[in-house]
Design a protein around this ligand. Structure first.
Ligand SMILES: Nc1ncnc2c1ncn2[C@@H]1O[C@H](COP(=O)(O)OP(=O)(O)O)[C@@H](O)[C@H]1O
Ligand SMILES: Cc1cn([C@H]2C[C@H](O)[C@@H](COP(=O)(O)O)O2)c(=O)[nH]c1=O
Ligand SMILES: [Zn+2]
Length: 189
Protein backbone atom coordinates (compact mmCIF):
# COMPACT_ATOMS: atom_id res chain seq x y z
CA UNK A 1 0.00 0.00 0.00
CA UNK A 2 1.24 3.49 -0.85
CA UNK A 3 2.32 5.51 2.20
CA UNK A 4 2.87 9.25 1.84
CA UNK A 5 6.57 10.14 2.02
CA UNK A 6 7.65 12.50 4.79
CA UNK A 7 10.22 15.18 4.11
CA UNK A 8 10.52 16.36 7.75
CA UNK A 9 8.45 19.49 7.43
CA UNK A 10 9.87 20.73 4.12
CA UNK A 11 7.20 20.61 1.44
CA UNK A 12 8.49 19.27 -1.88
CA UNK A 13 6.33 18.58 -4.87
CA UNK A 14 6.16 15.24 -6.62
CA UNK A 15 4.09 13.18 -9.08
CA UNK A 16 2.29 9.92 -8.22
CA UNK A 17 0.66 7.85 -10.97
CA UNK A 18 -1.92 5.14 -10.31
CA UNK A 19 -2.50 3.03 -13.44
CA UNK A 20 -3.95 -0.33 -14.48
CA UNK A 21 -6.90 -1.82 -16.33
CA UNK A 22 -10.54 -0.92 -15.88
CA UNK A 23 -11.97 -2.10 -12.51
CA UNK A 24 -8.47 -2.40 -11.00
CA UNK A 25 -9.30 0.15 -8.27
CA UNK A 26 -7.57 3.28 -9.64
CA UNK A 27 -10.37 5.66 -8.65
CA UNK A 28 -10.75 4.10 -5.19
CA UNK A 29 -7.00 4.43 -4.60
CA UNK A 30 -7.03 8.05 -5.82
CA UNK A 31 -9.93 8.80 -3.44
CA UNK A 32 -8.15 7.08 -0.54
CA UNK A 33 -5.02 9.21 -1.02
CA UNK A 34 -7.02 12.45 -1.38
CA UNK A 35 -9.16 11.65 1.66
CA UNK A 36 -5.99 11.13 3.74
CA UNK A 37 -4.55 14.41 2.42
CA UNK A 38 -7.73 16.20 3.56
CA UNK A 39 -7.47 14.50 6.97
CA UNK A 40 -3.94 15.95 7.13
CA UNK A 41 -5.53 19.41 6.61
CA UNK A 42 -3.87 19.86 3.22
CA UNK A 43 -5.55 22.01 0.57
CA UNK A 44 -6.75 19.58 -2.10
CA UNK A 45 -8.35 20.15 -5.52
CA UNK A 46 -9.54 17.39 -7.84
CA UNK A 47 -9.94 17.44 -11.62
CA UNK A 48 -11.26 15.16 -14.35
CA UNK A 49 -11.72 15.47 -18.14
CA UNK A 50 -15.05 17.10 -19.01
CA UNK A 51 -15.73 14.40 -21.60
CA UNK A 52 -16.03 11.74 -18.89
CA UNK A 53 -19.75 12.17 -18.26
CA UNK A 54 -20.37 8.49 -17.43
CA UNK A 55 -21.85 8.94 -13.95
CA UNK A 56 -21.85 12.68 -13.33
CA UNK A 57 -20.42 15.86 -14.86
CA UNK A 58 -18.73 17.03 -11.65
CA UNK A 59 -18.28 14.02 -9.40
CA UNK A 60 -15.60 11.38 -9.69
CA UNK A 61 -17.41 8.09 -9.08
CA UNK A 62 -15.82 4.67 -8.50
CA UNK A 63 -17.35 1.42 -9.75
CA UNK A 64 -18.55 0.92 -6.17
CA UNK A 65 -20.34 4.29 -6.37
CA UNK A 66 -18.19 6.22 -3.91
CA UNK A 67 -17.78 9.80 -5.09
CA UNK A 68 -15.83 13.03 -4.66
CA UNK A 69 -16.40 16.45 -6.16
CA UNK A 70 -14.13 17.44 -9.05
CA UNK A 71 -13.64 20.24 -11.58
CA UNK A 72 -14.26 19.22 -15.20
CA UNK A 73 -11.45 20.15 -17.63
CA UNK A 74 -11.45 20.79 -21.38
CA UNK A 75 -7.64 21.11 -21.41
CA UNK A 76 -4.94 20.19 -18.88
CA UNK A 77 -3.54 23.76 -18.93
CA UNK A 78 -6.68 24.94 -17.10
CA UNK A 79 -5.28 23.25 -13.97
CA UNK A 80 -2.39 25.73 -13.62
CA UNK A 81 -4.33 28.83 -12.45
CA UNK A 82 -6.92 26.72 -10.60
CA UNK A 83 -4.19 25.01 -8.53
CA UNK A 84 -2.95 28.34 -7.07
CA UNK A 85 -2.62 27.94 -3.29
CA UNK A 86 -3.23 24.16 -3.39
CA UNK A 87 -0.98 21.60 -1.69
CA UNK A 88 -2.38 18.49 -3.37
CA UNK A 89 -3.89 18.10 -6.86
CA UNK A 90 -5.76 14.94 -7.91
CA UNK A 91 -6.59 14.05 -11.52
CA UNK A 92 -8.76 11.08 -12.59
CA UNK A 93 -9.24 9.50 -16.05
CA UNK A 94 -5.96 11.06 -17.22
CA UNK A 95 -5.98 8.96 -20.41
CA UNK A 96 -8.63 11.35 -21.82
CA UNK A 97 -6.53 14.47 -21.29
CA UNK A 98 -4.17 16.04 -23.82
CA UNK A 99 -0.42 15.55 -24.30
CA UNK A 100 0.41 18.69 -22.31
CA UNK A 101 -0.59 16.95 -19.08
CA UNK A 102 2.94 15.65 -18.23
CA UNK A 103 4.37 19.19 -18.58
CA UNK A 104 1.50 20.60 -16.49
CA UNK A 105 2.15 18.02 -13.75
CA UNK A 106 5.87 18.83 -13.87
CA UNK A 107 5.10 22.51 -13.38
CA UNK A 108 2.75 21.78 -10.44
CA UNK A 109 5.35 19.53 -8.78
CA UNK A 110 7.94 22.27 -9.36
CA UNK A 111 5.69 24.65 -7.41
CA UNK A 112 5.80 22.23 -4.47
CA UNK A 113 2.44 20.55 -5.12
CA UNK A 114 1.84 16.82 -4.64
CA UNK A 115 0.18 15.61 -7.85
CA UNK A 116 -1.78 12.33 -7.80
CA UNK A 117 -2.91 11.10 -11.22
CA UNK A 118 -5.03 8.04 -12.04
CA UNK A 119 -5.65 6.65 -15.51
CA UNK A 120 -5.68 3.69 -17.87
CA UNK A 121 -2.19 2.76 -19.05
CA UNK A 122 -3.55 0.81 -22.08
CA UNK A 123 -6.55 1.15 -24.35
CA UNK A 124 -8.76 -1.78 -25.41
CA UNK A 125 -6.18 -2.81 -28.02
CA UNK A 126 -3.35 -2.92 -25.50
CA UNK A 127 -1.79 0.30 -26.83
CA UNK A 128 -0.34 2.99 -24.53
CA UNK A 129 -3.25 5.34 -23.80
CA UNK A 130 -3.00 9.15 -24.24
CA UNK A 131 -0.59 11.02 -21.91
CA UNK A 132 -0.48 8.27 -19.23
CA UNK A 133 2.67 6.44 -20.52
CA UNK A 134 4.52 9.79 -20.61
CA UNK A 135 3.38 10.54 -17.07
CA UNK A 136 4.68 7.14 -15.97
CA UNK A 137 8.10 8.17 -17.26
CA UNK A 138 8.03 11.41 -15.29
CA UNK A 139 6.43 10.08 -12.08
CA UNK A 140 8.27 9.93 -8.77
CA UNK A 141 5.96 7.11 -7.63
CA UNK A 142 4.08 4.58 -9.77
CA UNK A 143 1.39 2.15 -8.59
CA UNK A 144 0.12 -0.42 -11.09
CA UNK A 145 -3.13 -2.06 -9.94
CA UNK A 146 -4.76 -5.24 -11.22
CA UNK A 147 -8.38 -6.27 -11.57
CA UNK A 148 -9.73 -9.83 -11.55
CA UNK A 149 -10.02 -11.53 -14.96
CA UNK A 150 -13.72 -12.05 -15.65
CA UNK A 151 -12.95 -15.23 -17.60
CA UNK A 152 -10.61 -17.17 -15.32
CA UNK A 153 -10.18 -15.25 -12.04
CA UNK A 154 -6.47 -14.54 -12.52
CA UNK A 155 -4.87 -11.13 -12.33
CA UNK A 156 -6.15 -8.82 -15.10
CA UNK A 157 -4.01 -6.21 -16.85
CA UNK A 158 -6.13 -5.69 -19.98
CA UNK A 159 -9.48 -3.96 -20.60
CA UNK A 160 -11.24 -6.21 -23.10
CA UNK A 161 -13.91 -4.49 -25.22
CA UNK A 162 -16.96 -6.64 -25.79
CA UNK A 163 -18.26 -4.66 -28.79
CA UNK A 164 -16.79 -4.43 -32.31
CA UNK A 165 -16.46 -0.61 -32.07
CA UNK A 166 -12.89 0.35 -32.98
CA UNK A 167 -12.84 4.00 -31.83
CA UNK A 168 -10.27 4.59 -29.11
CA UNK A 169 -12.70 6.74 -27.12
CA UNK A 170 -15.79 4.83 -26.06
CA UNK A 171 -17.19 5.52 -22.60
CA UNK A 172 -18.66 2.50 -20.88
CA UNK A 173 -18.87 0.11 -17.99
CA UNK A 174 -19.47 -3.63 -17.64
CA UNK A 175 -21.84 -3.37 -20.60
CA UNK A 176 -18.86 -2.74 -22.92
CA UNK A 177 -15.71 -3.85 -21.10
CA UNK A 178 -14.36 -6.62 -18.93
CA UNK A 179 -10.95 -6.89 -17.27
CA UNK A 180 -8.93 -9.86 -18.53
CA UNK A 181 -5.57 -11.50 -17.93
CA UNK A 182 -3.10 -11.65 -20.84
CA UNK A 183 -4.08 -15.21 -21.81
CA UNK A 184 -7.86 -14.59 -21.87
CA UNK A 185 -7.36 -11.21 -23.59
CA UNK A 186 -5.39 -12.89 -26.40
CA UNK A 187 -7.99 -15.68 -26.73
CA UNK A 188 -10.63 -13.02 -27.53
CA UNK A 189 -14.43 -13.66 -27.62
N1 LIG B 1 -13.36 -7.82 -12.26
C1 LIG B 1 -13.16 -7.00 -11.24
N2 LIG B 1 -11.96 -6.96 -10.62
C2 LIG B 1 -11.77 -6.16 -9.55
N3 LIG B 1 -12.71 -5.30 -9.05
C3 LIG B 1 -13.92 -5.28 -9.64
C4 LIG B 1 -14.20 -6.13 -10.75
N4 LIG B 1 -15.49 -5.89 -11.12
C5 LIG B 1 -15.97 -4.95 -10.28
N5 LIG B 1 -15.04 -4.55 -9.39
C6 LIG B 1 -15.25 -3.51 -8.38
O1 LIG B 1 -14.62 -2.32 -8.86
C7 LIG B 1 -13.99 -1.67 -7.78
C8 LIG B 1 -12.88 -0.74 -8.31
O2 LIG B 1 -13.52 0.37 -8.89
P1 LIG B 1 -12.71 1.64 -9.39
O3 LIG B 1 -11.82 2.16 -8.30
O4 LIG B 1 -13.73 2.60 -9.94
O5 LIG B 1 -11.80 1.02 -10.55
P2 LIG B 1 -11.07 1.74 -11.79
O6 LIG B 1 -11.03 3.22 -11.51
O7 LIG B 1 -9.71 1.13 -11.84
O8 LIG B 1 -11.87 1.39 -13.00
C9 LIG B 1 -13.47 -2.81 -6.92
O9 LIG B 1 -13.28 -2.44 -5.57
C10 LIG B 1 -14.59 -3.85 -7.04
O10 LIG B 1 -15.58 -3.65 -6.04
C1 LIG C 1 -10.11 0.51 -22.47
C2 LIG C 1 -10.83 1.77 -22.89
C3 LIG C 1 -11.66 2.42 -22.02
N1 LIG C 1 -12.32 3.54 -22.40
C4 LIG C 1 -13.21 4.22 -21.45
C5 LIG C 1 -14.22 3.35 -20.76
C6 LIG C 1 -14.45 4.06 -19.46
O1 LIG C 1 -15.44 5.08 -19.71
C7 LIG C 1 -13.10 4.72 -19.15
C8 LIG C 1 -12.26 3.96 -18.16
O2 LIG C 1 -12.81 4.02 -16.89
P1 LIG C 1 -12.21 3.30 -15.57
O3 LIG C 1 -12.45 4.32 -14.49
O4 LIG C 1 -10.75 3.03 -15.80
O5 LIG C 1 -12.99 2.06 -15.37
O6 LIG C 1 -12.40 4.73 -20.40
C9 LIG C 1 -12.14 4.06 -23.67
O7 LIG C 1 -12.71 5.12 -24.02
N2 LIG C 1 -11.31 3.41 -24.54
C10 LIG C 1 -10.65 2.29 -24.20
O8 LIG C 1 -9.89 1.73 -25.06
ZN1 LIG D 1 -8.03 -14.88 -17.59
Amino acid sequence: MFIEPSFSGTRYGWIEVICGSMFSGKTEELMRRLRRARIANLKVKVFKPALDTRYDEQQIVSHDEHMIRSIPLEHSRQILPLAEGMEVVGIDEAQFLDQELPAVCDELAGRGIRVVVAGLDMDFEGRPFGPVPFLLAKADFVTKLHAICMQCGDMATYSYRKSGDKSTLLLGEKDLYEPRCRRCYLLGQ
